[in-house]
Design a protein around this ligand. Structure first.
Ligand SMILES: NC(=O)c1ccc[n+]([C@@H]2O[C@H](COP(=O)([O-])OP(=O)(O)OC[C@H]3O[C@@H](n4cnc5c(N)ncnc54)[C@H](O)[C@@H]3O)[C@@H](O)[C@H]2O)c1
Length: 417
């Protein structure tokens, strides 16, 4: 069977680093035959890396959509507010679509995407990558075996990490809800989805609180300047969020440094800090997304859950605590401890895959897992490995929209399908 052919729409970090590399690792299974990317350096990088023909390199996904269909599938990896249009256009043309989360930034567009997938009978895999990790597979299989009996309550933590928050949600692309989406959608739609997956019941109602507590102008230390490179040494030295501590020392080809500039020399990195958004003081940005949020959930059948997202943690994986009628389970994104009420014994399961929950670990193998499931499903027609299809992904997104309404309005919101 010839390899499944792919087009990258948006050859930025995710398109180039998370999904397309599958075609290099498994050339007999997948081949990249087209790219749409407005930034010349990135488009050329993609062309060279994947050997794409000149006439299949485009500056805009719309140029691809204007051509007759020339591949099996499109990887839609553009920014949050640019998902709905290309996803729907490509599905209407009969392409299968791997769609980065969030599906879209409003309910109507999410519903339209799910409808387009079903109407056109194409595959849609939303990149809720956490479902595809070895850890989550182990966790779900243990729950299915009944190790805790019936789930009664779940407590889930997303420790975003202080520098990740500063990079992505204060200085970076997801800092402002008007430019991308709200925090619960931009970052924690994975967690809404994971809770839905673990509990395996409909979520009925949500309440939520959260704020932008710290990354505000009034929290700046006295004497701080608007850029780290010009900040007085005495102030910069004491600041854990300083761009001078985060960027100049790591490998410039690796995230997060790789995304602050396309010039990966030390000079290029310093220039980005002098002139670009990632050199700004964290207390002097145009950010508005929250740095802490809690959500309380009521699921069908009297199951409750709580979720906490906080910026102010060290780097580590998500933590989940599941309380059931016959036992208690605690997971840390690698190990799963199960305590059995009957035997009073604790068993520790190891998924053998470390995850800090971020791009650095490929989301604990989830990035590779979703593209593998997607390619296999197209190749074989067996879609059972795609656990993030249109309806269930829409449901997870509807939970996030309802929770954000609850936070803003101080209400308890129903999750209406
Ligand atoms: N699944 C996950 O865990 C995960 C993790 C990080 C990011 N994301 C999501 O992935 C998406 C992409 O994030 P990223 O970090 O790769 O962003 P990015 O900015 O690095 O990449 C997006 C690319 O789209 C390109 N683009 C803009 N307009 C275009 C057009 N008209 N046609 C084609 N390409 C166009 C941009 O030039 C850019 O290179 C975002 O929606 C983000 O929220 C998901």
């Amino acid at each position: 069977m010839p390899p499944i052919t792919l087009i990258i729409a948006g050859a930025g970090n995710r398109g180039m680093e998370a999904y397309a590399p599958y075609a290099i690792a498994f050339p007999d299974k997948a081949k990249v035959v087209g790219v749409a990317e407005p930034r010349d350096v990135l488009r050329q990088r993609a062309q060279e890396k994947y050997g794409i023909a000149d006439n299949r390199c485009y500056k805009d996904w719309r140029e691809v959509a204007a051509q007759p269909k020339f591949a099996d599938a499109v990887l839609v990896c553009t920014q949050d507010q640019m998902h709905a249009e290309p996803a729907i256009a490509f599905m209407n043309m009969g392409y299968h679509v791997l769609l980065e989360k969030p599906m879209a930034v409003n309910e109507a567009d999410c519903r339209a995407i799910a409808a387009a997938a079903k109407r056109n009978k194409v595959l849609l895999a939303v990149c809720h990558v956490l479902r595809y990790t070895q850890y989550t597979r182990l966790l779900v299989s243990l729950l299915k075996q009944g190790v805790v009996g019936d789930i009664v309550s779940v407590r889930h933590l997303e420790p975003v990490c202080w520098w990740h928050q500063a990079h992505s949600f204060v200085r970076g692309n997801w800092r402002n809800s008007k430019l991308s989406s709200f925090m619960l959608m931009a970052k924690s739609c994975h967690d809404m989805d994971l809770l839905r997956y673990i509990i395996d019941k409909r979520c009925l109602r949500v309440a939520s609180f959260g704020s932008l507590k710290h990354f505000r102008r009034e929290c700046a230390p006295a004497g701080a300047s608007d850029r780290c490179v010009t900040c007085p040494t005495a102030v910069e030295k004491e600041c854990p969020y300083s761009a001078l501590k985060l960027y100049p020392h790591g490998n410039p080809k690796h995230w997060p440094i790789s995304v602050i500039t396309t010039d990966h020399t030390p000079e290029g990195v310093m220039k980005a800090l002098e002139e670009g958004p990632y050199g700004r003081c964290v207390y002097a940005c145009d950010n508005d997304v929250v740095d802490n949020q809690v959500v309380a959930f009521e699921f069908e059948g009297g199951v409750s859950a709580s979720f906490t997202m906080a910026a102010f943690t060290r780097s580590r994986g998500r933590e989940t605590h599941i309380m059931g009628t016959r036992g208690e389970l605690v997971g840390d994104s690698r190990h799963i401890k199960v305590f059995d009420f009957l035997t009073k014994q604790e068993t520790v399961h190891d998924s053998h895959k470390e995850s800090d929950g971020s791009i650095l670990s490929g989301h604990g193998g989830g990035d590779g897992g979703v593209i593998e499931a997607f390619i296999n499903a197209i190749a074989t027609g067996d879609t059972s490995a795609i656990t993030t299809g249109p309806d269930i992904s829409l449901e997870s997104h509807l939970i996030a929209f309802a929770a954000e309404r609850a936070r803003i309005n101080g209400t308890v919101e129903e999750v209406k399908l």
